[in-house]
Structures are given as C-alpha cells and as structure tokens.
Design a protein around this ligand. Structure first.
Ligand SMILES: [Zn+2]
Length: 285
C-alpha cells in the first residue's frame, strides 16, 4: 500500500459528510423535549459482567455470522486492501481480524489509488475487539453491513443514516442468539444514545468540532431509527419479515438506497423519537 492509500483512508467519511442533507431535521440541534425526557430516563449501564459470563469462541462467531447472512441476506464480495498485497475480492467475513488494543470494533472504507481497482472503494481488515462474547455476533454483522453499503457511495444520501442498517441487523442477529443478548445490545446502543444526547446539549459551548457533532447526530438518529425498524420487524408476520430482509438484499445489490428503504418502512427521525417505545426496550436495571 502506498502513501496515497493512507491519505485516502478517510475519503469516504469526509465525502459522506459533505453529502449530508442540510434540510433534514437531524441537521438542526437534535436535543428537544422528547430527547430530554429520554435522557432523564437512561442510566449508565455496565456490560462487563455480562461479557465475562458469556464468553464465546472466535471461530464459532464467524461461522454463525456466515450462516446468518447466507440464510437471510446474501452478501456481495468486497475488495480487500492489505499491506504488500494486490487488492483482491472476497466475502467480507473472510476479512476479519481480532485485536486487543482497540476501543470498539470498526471497518474503514478506502478509495484505492492505483492498480486494477483504481477509483473503487476497498477495505482493510474488519477489526473486532478481542474480548469475544455473545455480543460479538451482532458486532460482526454490524461491521459487515457497513462494507456492503459503503462500497457503493450512492446507497446512502443522508450521512445521519450511516449506522441505521448496521444497528438494525446487529439487533436481528442478537435476537437470534437469545433474548438476553438482544437486551444487552439494545442497552449498549442506548447507553451510547444517552451520551450523544448529553454531549449534544453542550453544543452551544462549542466544545466539540463539527465533525464530532455530526457523528453524535448520526449515532443518535440512526439508533432511534434502527430501534423503530426493529419494533416494526418484531411485530411483522413471517412473510413480512422475509420481505424486509429481501429489501435489505436489494440495497446490497444497489437496487435501493437506504433512504428509499426507510421511506418504504415509514421510518423517519421524527416518528422514531418515541419515548414510550424506547422505554419498552431499554428497561431499567
Ligand atoms: Zn457502525
């Protein structure tokens, strides 16, 4: 990999930031009365104990995610960019590495600057936090969904929706493990929402750069929409659930954007800020 590839590492995120739709409600200050009510409700959650008691095997979690996607939402190959290798195409689940010293799991798109795939989006290994527990199944699914959407910059027109499908699929996979794991993944996501609401309320103090504000808004908006989607999915018939999963497959194939999918599902930022729905899922412990 040459120096230009390193420079291009943040290409996608920056481009998406520029593309964000300024007329969307999320581009205004997000903390309104409804969200203030949610913040009053949330408590800080400790998941360490859960992680310790539900340790899992690395090979098993990757195998499980492979089966989940094969059976529910088939994956498109991605271009992998690794040091000293020519970029090559593979299933994203063949591109996972477990690392000790990372804060949380992630994957970054890179614009390839030379060779056969010049101008296309590639990915370095998907990095997964080394503390493998039942929560890891959903985390892998989450990052894999990012690769599916972010390899095609046309699939997302509003930056604030960047996390929606990843979090939604993370919830479906966690539910397929067991109820307790879904519970914990939702608590984990909404601990993050609590932090976003708290951090955004300091907006006027200008402590944060506009990039971090965009990130907080993105996580806040995406988590609320993902939970709303999950709520609709949970109340759907078996046939309707299959239809929802095949719409996600259409997005991966480039036939539908994330925003068109949210339109079809009637999920907006406004109708996702439902305190009672959030309370139903994020129970106090
Ligand atoms: Zn994500």
């Amino acid at each position: 990999m040459d120096k230009m590839d390193l420079v291009n590492k943040l290409f996608y995120v920056l481009e998406m930031n520029q593309k964000k739709n300024e007329s969307s409600p999320e581009s205004k200050i997000l903390v309104d009365k409804n969200l203030e009510k949610m913040r009053d409700y949330f408590i800080k959650i400790k998941l360490d104990e859960f992680k310790e008691h539900t340790k899992a095997d690395k090979g098993e979690v990757i195998k499980y995610d492979k089966e989940f996607f094969r059976e529910n939402i088939p994956l498109k190959k991605i271009i992998v960019v690794k040091d000293n290798h020519e970029p090559y195409e593979t299933n994203p689940l063949n591109n996972i590495e477990f690392r000790k010293r990372i804060r949380s799991s992630y994957v970054e798109p890179i614009k390839i600057s030379s060779g056969k795939y010049k101008g296309k989006i590639g990915f370095e290994p998907i990095l997964i936090k080394d503390h493998v527990s039942k929560l890891t199944y959903g985390c892998i699914g989450h990052e894999v969904v990012h690769t599916q959407i972010e390899q095609n910059p046309n699939l997302l027109t509003n930056y604030y929706n960047r996390e929606v499908l990843s979090i939604f699929v993370e919830m479906i996979i966690s539910k397929s493990i067991d109820d307790k794991t879904l519970d914990n993944i939702i608590r984990y996501r909404f601990e993050n929402v609590y932090e976003c609401i708290s951090d955004l309320s300091y907006y006027e103090d200008m402590i944060f750069t506009s990039d971090s504000i965009a990130k907080f808004r993105c996580y806040l908006s995406s988590s609320l929409k993902a939970l709303h989607l999950y709520d609709k999915y949970r109340h759907s018939s078996r046939d309707k659930r299959i239809e929802i999963l095949s719409l996600i497959e259409d997005i991966f194939c480039g036939k539908l954007t994330v925003e068109q999918f949210l339109d079809k599902m009637n999920v907006t930022y406004k109708n996702s800020k439902d305190v009672d729905m959030v309370k139903h899922y994020v129970k106090k412990y």
